[in-house]
Design a protein around this ligand. Structure first.
Ligand code: SF4
Length: 390
């Protein structure tokens, strides 16, 4: 197959579904790690087309969602300073900190700018040598290499007024944390193909063997998800637990050597807090000692931040797959994309946003019939094409 439409082909999807239905003999719980995969599943109704014995649990792989509140509050404090130009991808601007977000900082006079690449922030730093330019570097293994390269360039070019506020996280330690949690129900993983295209698959065989859990690396189109489910279920039914690459068109076992070398040079592994989950050992990156001068936390001495999570937000349970978004009391009522209480409702990869956008409102509607008619409670930005692939 060559073109993206071919990975949405209804006839091929039907065949994969038939295969899965014919294979399953008992209940299995699979976790899709990445928020992009969650959106594909909900948008195309894939979970509803699978045999009822298969449950898809939504994992913590949304970079915006897992960025800890403390880091958001540090971003807000730095962005409020008059000497600072604070640069970020657009989806971070609406993520609520303790009481406000970056949009609010901008409305209060802060110089907050949306950029499309960390290199844009570096260009802004060169154009404004009398200002401090900070880029908000968050995300998984996919966004870490360009951020590392930007810091490398800043050092090489001698741009002293550029710094990075870093909150990068890594997938394998999160899988380890999920599998060792007493409440874990996950029996197989659909691993994120784009992460493996950078990092390779080297860390997964040991995890699969130790936890006796199949890990299938897969992509983001409907057929990718169905093929990932098919391969995971096949392993589970056979009692196998190996790493399987179902995304060979993008993933090589060794990953991307140039990106890995850049990560190795600029970052070092550290413990990292995940929003709603807590600290996971060795689950993140920070700038290594050689690049400490470009670390915004170090440069602006933002410490002793007191954070305040909304008590009603259950995004931690959503991110761990313990509840579905519409089981949260606030879902679709006090928490909507327009007025989000938690990052999982803001982010384009958040599970709460996926359930809201693609009309998985039924539990909230049944629980709160007095909140209005269907028209009154309709999503603010629901896409029209939200229909199953077959
Ligand atoms: S629906 Fe809103 S309040 Fe509930 S878990 Fe999701 S983000 Fe938090």
């Amino acid at each position: 197959m060559k073109y993206i439409e071919e990975f949405q082909d209804p006839e091929l999807a039907r065949r994969l579904l038939d295969d899965i239905h014919a294979t399953v003999t008992r209940p299995w719980a699979l976790m899709e790690v990445c928020g992009g995969q969650t959106h594909t599943i909900i948008r195309h109704g894939i979970d509803q087309l699978l045999p009822e014995q298969i449950e898809l649990i939504h994992g913590p792989g949304c970079p915006v969602c897992v960025t800890p509140l403390e880091v958001i509050d540090k971003a807000l404090e730095i962005a409020s300073r008059p000497e600072v130009i604070f640069c970020s991808f657009g989806d971070m601007l609406r993520v609520p900190g303790s009481g406000r977000d970056l949009f609010r900082v901008r409305s209060e006079g802060g110089d907050v700018r949306v950029v499309y690449s960390p290199l844009d922030a570096l260009r802004i730093a060169r154009q404004n040598p009398d200002r401090e330019v900070v880029f908000f570097g968050i995300g998984f293994e996919t966004t870490a290499p360009p951020n590392a390269m930007t810091v490398y360039q800043a050092k090489k070019l001698g741009i002293p007024n550029f710094s990075l506020l870093v909150s990068h996280v890594r997938v394998p330690p999160a899988i380890e944390a999920i599998m060792t949690s007493p409440s874990c129900r996950v029996q197989g993983f659909l691993a994120a193909g784009h992460v493996c295209s950078v990092m390779g698959m080297g860390e997964y065989p040991e995890l699969a063997a130790r936890h006796r859990v199949p890990i299938v690396v897969t992509g983001f189109e409907p057929l990718d998800i169905l093929e990932g489910v098919r391969r995971a279920v096949l392993q589970l039914e056979r009692g196998e637990h190996t790493v399987d690459n179902a995304y060979a068109r993008a993933v090589r076992p060794e990953g991307n050597p140039a990106a890995l070398a850049m990560l190795e040079d600029v970052f070092e592994v550290t413990d990292r807090a995940w929003r709603g989950i807590g600290v996971i050992p060795r689950s993140g990156w920070r700038l290594s000692a050689r690049y400490r001068d470009f670390d915004a936390e170090h440069r602006f001495s933002v410490t002793d931040i007191a954070t305040l999570e909304p008590a009603e937000c259950r995004s931690g349970e959503v991110l761990q797959g313990l509840i579905k978004p519409h089981e949260c009391e606030a879902f679709g009522t006090t928490c909507t994309p327009r007025n989000p209480l938690g990052a999982t409702m803001v982010s384009s990869e958040g599970a709460c946003a996926a359930y809201y956008l693609y009309r998985r409102l039924d539990i909230a509607a049944a629980r709160k019939p007095e909140t209005g008619t269907a028209a009154e409670t309709a999503p603010e930005t629901a896409p029209l094409e939200a229909s199953p692939v077959v």
